[in-house]
Design a binder for this molecule. Structure first.
Ligand code: SAM
Length: 252
């Protein structure tokens, strides 16, 4: 999607955006739609022409997008098999996660050499872009490079709440969330690969300030755990249960 600016301007779309509007949504001349270019703004536009080569639109108005959560969520996920990784990326992008950090860990089933890692990242970014668009978001979930575990721990330090989802942790998120200080702006959550984290990795994460969180008594597949973890964090601290700025304060 090209960068779009102000009302009155004409925009010509080709490639996947053209295909989506003309062939999937089956829209044509005179129809109106809302566009976004990943900048956080939304643009109302009318179709002037839709041909097999391009779709030409006139921008009618612009406004800030209102489907982005005020909570910034980053998801660190141990590298999974290709189709599972694709699923996690698609679903957490729909849930409004801003950033996905694939992590290479001791028990990752799939190891990636640098060339394949670059190719996979391009694919993941396409999946994230499509999922962000389909869920009506005005920004696109970013997918970072594959980082070694220690680098990811360092990278995650910008978050004010860091959660390690572990089958060993008895404490559910709700107990953590009831602490008076728990009003995070930025949360980073970490979920292991199919075989889980090694004890050394769990120890290292906890030693660097991650808080252990459980997801109940059953052992979930890694992809289920990542998606549900993003959902409950968005519900508890973000906007899945309504705009958190309109909620009454939590009793300590
Ligand atoms: N045998 C592995 C273990 O006990 O760590 C199972 C790993 S599980 C299939 C993959 C990942 O999903 C885990 O590393 C953890 O991050 C997350 N997970 C799965 N079930 C969970 C639960 N009940 N509570 C918290 N995290 C869970």
């Amino acid at each position: 999607m090209p960068e779009i600016s102000g009302p009155g301007r004409e925009v010509v779309l080709t490639g996947p955006s053209r295909r989506y509007i003309r062939d999937v949504l089956r829209m044509g001349r005179g129809d109106s739609l809302v566009l976004f270019d990943g900048s956080g703004m939304e643009y109302t536009a009318a179709i002037l022409e839709a041909t097999p080569r391009n779709v030409t639109l006139r921008i009618l108005g612009e406004q800030p997008g209102d489907r982005e959560s005020p909570l910034h969520i980053g998801v660190g996920i141990g590298l999974l098999k290709a189709n599972k990784m694709d699923l996690v990326i698609q679903k957490v992008a729909e849930l409004g996660v801003q950033e996905i950090c694939p992590v290479s860990v001791h028990r990752s089933v799939s190891a990636l050499d640098p060339d394949r890692a670059q190719g996979r990242r391009e694919r993941w970014r396409t999946i994230a872009r499509e999922a962000s668009r389909q869920s009506g978001r005005s920004t696109v979930t970013d997918v970072g490079p594959v980082r070694p575990f220690e680098k990811m721990i360092e990278y995650s330090k910008v978050a004010d709440l860091r959660l390690l989802f572990s089958t060993e942790a008895g404490r559910p998120l709700e107990l953590l969330a009831q602490r008076p200080a728990a009003r995070p702006q930025r949360v980073f959550l970490l979920v292991g690969p199919e075989g889980g984290f090694s004890p050394e990795e769990e120890e290292a994460a906890l030693g660097k300030g991650f808080l252990p969180v459980g997801l109940g008594p059953r052992i979930l597949r890694a992809e289920t755990a990542a998606i549900i973890a993003a959902g409950i964090v968005q519900y508890r601290f973000g906007d899945l249960g309504g705009d958190p700025r309109n909620r009454p304060p939590v009793d300590p």
